[in-house]
Write a protein that binds this ligand. Structure first.
Ligand code: NAP
Length: 251
């Protein structure tokens, strides 16, 4: 039998899914049968557009607003979703921001905002959802880290620290939750075409692409395909791993 709907019956929560990588992941998981919860913070209209696109491709989704950096708001969102939909099987901690600066100039606010959204946001969602995943004796957590968290990057001390922190979080949670059949993995995207990289100086971007063995920027589909694999039963014996989807950047 040909099995296309490998996520049929699963519910997935994707943070920051109104645009960019999160949106592509939400659309991909929905395309393969999951009911998808599209979280947004500032981009309500874009999140609603993403839901519409998912419905137009024959899938099912809803949008819900929440600042993942807010511990209590994250708890309220998870509780509301569980009471309405009964369960969440797949959590994708994708929400992320940059506040790049050289260390001598980096403000406390630039450091705190990045850690709060990128690292604490993933903690908040995982913290509040974990008891339900444990009760269901199964699930998937996928953290969107970065090659900056693997190799570091000048001018991104705050961002790299947050993304390296996500790798530590991923490995610890993989050990802690394995007995409950919950797999926790991270994707470390390389240089991907989204709003986040659009703001970059053209010459800097060109130099980065030249240093990538596959000689191109990644696209959001490249990341969504990896997320689909890690969300599905096809990856059931993989946990605590960091999958670099980067065209060979970190070799
Ligand atoms: P993007 O286009 O700038 O989108 C960022 C997303 O994060 C938006 O959907 C945004 O939602 C959401 N977000 C930000 N703060 C949030 C908060 N407090 N609560 C909930 N959602 C929040 O960036 P992207 O390139 O798609 O990046 C997605 C993830 O991939 C990030 O974690 C990023 O660090 C990582 N990544 C990207 C690249 C790359 O080259 N693009 C490389 C490595 C890793 P709203 O618009 O609704 O606020």
């Amino acid at each position: 039998m040909i099995q296309n709907f490998i996520l049929e019956g699963k519910t997935a929560l994707v943070t920051g899914a109104g645009r960019g990588i999160g949106k592509a992941i939400a659309k991909k998981l929905a395309l393969y049968g999951a009911f998808v919860i599209v979280n947004y913070n500032g981009s309500r209209e874009k999140a609603e557009e993403a839901v519409l696109e998912i419905k137009n491709q024959g899938g099912n989704a809803i949008a819900i607003g929440c600042d993942v950096a807010d511990f209590e708001a994250s708890k309220a969102m998870v509780e509301q979703l569980i009471s309405t939909y009964g369960k969440i099987d797949i959590l994708v901690n994708n929400a992320g921001i940059t506040r790049d600066n050289l260390i001598a100039r980096m403000t406390e606010q630039e450091f705190d905002e990045v850690i709060s959204t990128n690292l604490k946001g993933a903690f908040n969602l995982t913290r509040h959802l974990s008891k339900y995943l444990i009760k269901n004796r199964g699930g998937r957590i996928i953290n969107i880290s970065s090659v900056s968290g693997v190799s570091g990057n000048a001018g991104q001390a705050n961002y790299s620290a947050s993304k390296a922190g996500l790798i530590g979080l991923t490995k610890s949670l993989a050990k802690e939750l394995a007995a409950r059949n919950i797999c926790v993995n991270a994707i470390a995207p390389g240089f991907i075409e989204t709003d986040m990289t659009k703001k970059m100086d053209e010459r800097v971007a060109e130099n980065i692409v030249n240093a990538i063995p596959l000689k191109r920027m990644g696209n959001t589909e490249d990341i969504a395909n990896a997320a689909l694999f890690l969300a599905s039963d096809l990856s059931g014996y993989i946990t605590g791993q960091i999958l670099c989807v980067d065209g060979g950047m970190t070799i």
